[in-house]
Design a protein around this ligand. Structure first.
Ligand SMILES: *Cc1c(COP(=O)(O)O)cnc(C)c1O
Length: 401
């Protein structure tokens, strides 16, 4: 939460301390649940709400010299400030070198890091099995004269293409394949070559994995998924520990205007309070669902990093604190997969993941991901585990040929 990230219009200061005058009260407890419910809350003020409501302001009263913290609504907003502090306390607890910026969506955050850090002639390493929009990003980077190399997430294969790179982009666990790579090992190799390292932490959430502690320079995520968890908000964030790099990310947000609305920021902050409960419940149920699916003969390619015999488990167990809410697997045919999705009663056929209501989809319907026709990505919600497992098993029976 650096105050040094000013830009030439003087408006974009890290305004956190101006709002609360303290380093935050979450430090009073160290458990994830305690940190989540208190994250980003201001000091109590008599007659004020615990979590102040959204501040709707395009501009702020600003007589005299236009100094921060609050000048114009594209540069700063007090509702963002509190949310940024909350995300920072979860992604980088106890680190005062970390700064957090919130964005309109996960893609806004991802683009902000890539396009603010890379220049023509630079080399960037991306995963080839990551988020669906990365190929579009790749094309855009290449259009700007940036060389893009890709390698799979599994087996730390990105190590082999790092020479000469200035930025390494990691997505672990990868979406939708759920491969995992060793963040610490990759970060060390990248840093030895002078490259910055960014980790897409969407799937794990900051309670499941803390990339900065594992050596990354940036933790970037879509808050649209489990961070907010109700399927009603689009949001993104970047947490970084290099003040100069973060100043460039902040400048990018200002130039592009990829800012969250105050209402979205407030809803997100309100939702973060229940993150630990949701993560706990959803990852425990995801494991139960994966264990049930493992017994089924029509299920192949089952992946869940929390399963002890999953190819990702060993590294995941070392670097993750919980294993996420997504389970992926393949049914024999596209028709079987469609019938299965249709037969589910507690699981909506919808894209995205991380919400309190379970969703599933046949991922191949989008094109773009290298997955079999019968590949299902199932996002486990907060339903009772026994109800959800029963629904999945019943839908498998009902969809049999
Ligand atoms: C959804 C997602 C994104 C993009 O986030 P939006 O909020 O939809 O822009 C990026 N990375 C991963 C891993 C995602 O799942």
């Amino acid at each position: 939460m650096s105050d040094s990230a000013t830009d030439d219009e003087g408006g974009a200061t890290g305004a956190v301390d101006d709002v609360t005058g303290t380093a935050g009260r979450a430090g009073a407890g160290t458990g994830d649940g305690t940190r989540a419910v208190r994250a980003g809350l201001p000091e109590p003020v008599k007659h004020e709400p615990t979590l102040p409501g959204p501040v709707f302001a395009a501009h702020f009263h600003l007589p005299g010299d236009p100094t921060g913290p609050y000048t114009y609504g594209r540069d700063e907003n007090p509702t963002w400030t509190l949310l940024e502090r909350a995300v920072g306390e979860l992604e980088a607890p106890g680190r005062d070198d970390a700064e957090t910026l919130v964005f309109a969506s996960g893609m806004a955050a991802i683009s902000a890091v890539l396009f603010s850090q890379l220049r023509t002639g630079d080399v960037c390493v991306l995963p080839d099995d990551g988020y669906q929009a990365l190929p579009l990003v790749r094309a855009q980077l290449e259009a700007y004269g940036i060389e893009v190399r890709t390698a799979p997430t599994g087996g730390d294969a990105q190590l082999d293409v790092l020479d000469g790179a200035s930025l390494l982009w990691i997505e672990t666990p990868s979406n939708p394949g759920l491969d995992v790579c060793d963040i610490g090992r990759l970060a060390e190799a990248a840093h030895a070559r002078g490259a910055l390292v960014a980790v897409d932490n969407t799937l794990a959430t900051p309670l499941g994995q803390r990339p900065l502690e594992l050596g990354a320079d940036f933790a970037v995520a879509s808050g649209t998924k489990q961070l907010t968890g109700h399927g009603d908000v689009l949001l993104g964030y970047v947490v970084g520990r290099d003040a100069e790099a973060m100043a460039a990310v902040r400048r990018w947000r200002k130039i592009v205007g990829a800012i969250p609305g105050p209402m979205e920021a407030w809803l997100a902050h309100r939702s973060v309070a229940t993150l630990q409960m949701r993560v706990d419940r959803q990852s425990a149920t995801a494991l139960a669902v994966a264990e049930a699916l493992r017994e089924r003969p029509e299920v192949t390619g089952l992946r869940y990093p929390g399963l002890p015999d999953d190819p990702s488990h060993e590294i995941a167990a070392r670097q993750m604190r919980s294993f996420g809410c997504v389970v992926s697997f393949t049914l024999p045919t596209r028709a079987r997969a469609d019938r299965f999705l249709d037969a589910l009663r507690l699981v909506d056929d919808a894209t995205s993941f991380g919400g309190v209501r379970s969703t599933a989809e046949r991922r191949g319907r989008w094109g773009g991901d290298a997955v079999p026709e019968g590949f299902i990505r199932l996002s486990v919600g907060a339903e009772d585990p026994e109800d959800l497992v029963a629904d999945v098993l019943r839908a498998l029976e009902a969809s049999a040929d």
